[in-house]
Write a protein that binds this ligand. Sequence first.
Ligand code: SAM
Length: 273
Amino acid sequence: MLVYALPGTLETREADLDLLWEAGATGLEERGGQIRAYFDERLEFTGPLAGGEWLEEQEQDWQAAFKRDIRPVVAGRITIAPPWLADEVPATQLPLIIEPGMAFGTGHHATTRLAVEALSALDLNGKNVLDVGTGSGVLAMAAAKLGADLAYGVDIDPQTIPVARENAAQNGLSAPQAQFDEGTLAQGSFTAPAGHAALAEQGYDVLVANLFAELHDLLAATYLDHLRPGGALLLTGILEDRLGLVLAALEREGVRGVEVRQEGEWALVTGQK
Ligand code: SAM
């Protein structure tokens, strides 16, 4: 890989950036007080672009570097690992194998970890769990591994559903225990998988949602419509400075026993209907 490195920053060299593109640069970046322009061949520069230095750099295999650096993630009783690290999950942990990069939810984000830890702290044996914004399916799958009878994941993004289903299959989880559908929570209708109409009468035992504070505020009443009395609400995806919005929404809806857990700038709020 050929790099032409010029002293300066994107700001101080602003006028020269167009010249680099015009000369055939295939990419530009600023690093360590230098503008680094990527070229396919060595050129002789005169004028404003003179005075730089040509560097030959090793091609980085980003895929290999990513695979080398990724580690299993421990969250409560669950360890989430990519397929090539499945053997590293300790026998005392429940393994959740997720291929990274297909959809949000590999356990490497604090919000996913907070939610898996919160699920892990509950007794889910025989319970019904609704996962709103399922992404990779990680939270529904964690609930199923933790003993839930039905873990139902919905996501507004249709691309996530085949990924979640494939992940579930890889983990030996299938319908009716773990199910995934495109969808969201709409006011006035009950979100449940086919064949579970009776759930609408009783509500879920647990609702978990890793979304964002403004959406939790909007959906708070609908969350409660989907929970049975005493059911557990687990909300994350909440930035510390938006926590007040979610706490106010839960107070407005009469949620009891509200508790907050934090990892860095991210918060998880739990409570009961
Ligand atoms: N549940 C996974 C986890 O905890 O790692 C993924 C969470 S990811 C932050 C949020 C997911 O919610 C995305 O897959 C997104 O498509 C989905 N989403 C966003 N808005 C939604 C909505 N209104 N209803 C359902 N899903 C939604």
